[in-house]
Design a protein around this ligand. Sequence first.
Ligand code: ADP
Ligand code: ZN
Ligand code: ZN
Length: 676
Amino acid sequence: MDDIRLAKDDLRHTNQYVEIITNLPIDRTFQYKVTGKESYSPEIGKRVYIPFRNNKRIGYIVAIETAPIVAEPKELIDIIDTRPIFSKDMIDLAQWISKNYFCSWGEALEAMIPSVLKRGKVSSTSRINEYFEKIVSVESHVPNKEQAKILDNIKKCIEAKKHEVFLLHGITGSGKTEIYLQAMEKVLSLGKTGIMLVPEISLTPQTVERFRSRFGDKVAVFHSNMLESARFTECKKIKDGELKIVVGPRSAVFSPFDNLGICIVDEEHEPSYKQEDTPRYHARDVAIERARQANAPVILGSATPALESYYKARVGEYRLAELTQRVKEKALPKVKLVDMRMEFETRVGKKVVSRILEEALKKDIAKKQQALIFLNRRGFATFVLCQKCGYVVKCSKCDSPMVFHQAKKELICHYCNKRSEPLKICPACASESLMYKGTGTEKVETELKKLLPTAIIARMDSDTMSKRGAHARVLGDFKAHKIDIIVGTQMIAKGLDFPKVTQVGVISADANLNLPDFRSGERTFNLITQVAGRAGRGDLGGEVIVQTYTPEHYAVKFAAKHDYIGFYEREIDARRQLFFPPFIGLVKITLRSRNEEKVIGTSERLAEVLRRKMPEYDMLGPAPSPMVKLRGYYRWNILLKIKNRVEAVKTLKHSIKGFRKGSEVFMAVDIDPMSL
Ligand code: ADP
Ligand code: ZN
Ligand code: ZN
């Protein structure tokens, strides 16, 4: 054994040095000396054990040198991998992320791999598996004229290895998914690989199924709650070339493919593409960067593109590809707005479901058709108010009203999940005047069961769907028409395609409009459009009823007319005037602490430092965050308006360096935050 080790050593360069990055939030590499006694030879992309501040740490090799750049570099402890776990491209991508978002190179790199590899135990040795192909008989459709033209352009890019971003804008049912599938077929026919991102697997079962049935065992489906060991196995199959396509949520953008032929981002406007922990990347932007590296095209698809994306298409940065009609020639469902202010004035006894919606549902059920009722709030009553003194029962850890859940007979905080007994007496004035107010899905379900005693009604929200398989079971029952009406949260807003759904109801269109966020209009428009898209998918046609207190709001009005462009024109004007994205970028710095005084003091000191060191940047705050208290932490925000992301990240990292925030205060920096 020793002899062999010695012989190997002789063949190696003894004067080799490696540049290492680690997952520490430190923006630099460290040089180590290769001794020749390591288990494997050094290569870029392999993991190593290094001595670091008296500890053993995992690091990643990003460069190999023949001369020391520091005096007497320390020696490596060992090299973990037989072959690299990162390609050069992935290492470059991580560096891109660290320059565009506020994180270190190593933090970005580590986000790309299954966590088992971060602990160093598993070795990434190659595994050769018999590859077998399931015969799939699902044929593709002959593209219609609009699809054909778009596909032609995309295929040309795939063939010519030309990077281009296509913004595929088309209403639901206009044939976007068919374009994804056929672009993927092209990619496979050239021996290349592809990534398809979806907001969440469980919310888009039908899209995923179409990929599975068309590409069989060449497709891996990643879930956000997948076992890490399963992810690890799939990643190995990708590296071994057994899998050619990955369909998955945002982290699937890091699938270790070589020879990438396309990146597709379905529902590209969805906020879930933004990672909310370090590294706080946006998967759409990372997908574009990955495709740029690989000289491959990108398809961003949506019925309601993000304002930022549509703007980029308008100014020519992306290529606009529009599908203007539903494939099967069915018109979009008619949307009726119900002014709930009028409803309340003219109706005895407050009801959650308006008369118009009630009548429509009765007719629908009588005709043996189905309905979806949408409300994006769980629970029964969404807040508990004292009518005598105005006190609202709030979570003791969060600045958020407690929500009453009838099935569980509990008050629950939707932010931290703290639970408490329902109250009868006001904690503030001791009167018995507490009112359970506001409407959640439970209340809608209860009311509908009273209004439609013969209908079979199910509820779909995270309260009823927590059990494994519950989601699939309800959808299966709905498909088999064992259920007439589903009441649900955003779980039912996406992707579902049931031909017998002829009636869709939105209980409250304005829930988002009152949020203090420049995207609240956009969110409202998207939600109504998305929900409306669930109606009239079959031959029976469909109708949508939207209840609202603000029927005059442009987001509601344009959504009712299915007019994305109209909404865009109006919204982009507002953004231009208020100087918000896409006309500038934003950086949100959040400081939090259990100690309120400290967080305020530190925020003010930090703001002072930034004002001095970054005078050319427009700064808002420090100000209390819209959720000023969350899970026991007080939170304050500083907002910067930026022009150039890379430049701003660099300046900010430099300016914050050495800033003493104290051990009780935590800081998070979010580039292009999805909420304020
Ligand atoms: P989107 O993704 O925009 O919602 P899909 O691609 O799902 O649209 O298309 C809607 C429906 O029309 C699907 O059932 C799909 O199979 C079908 N379809 C799409 N393109 C064609 C075509 N060219 N010919 C016939 N049917 C098509
Ligand atoms: Zn009171
Ligand atoms: Zn709470």
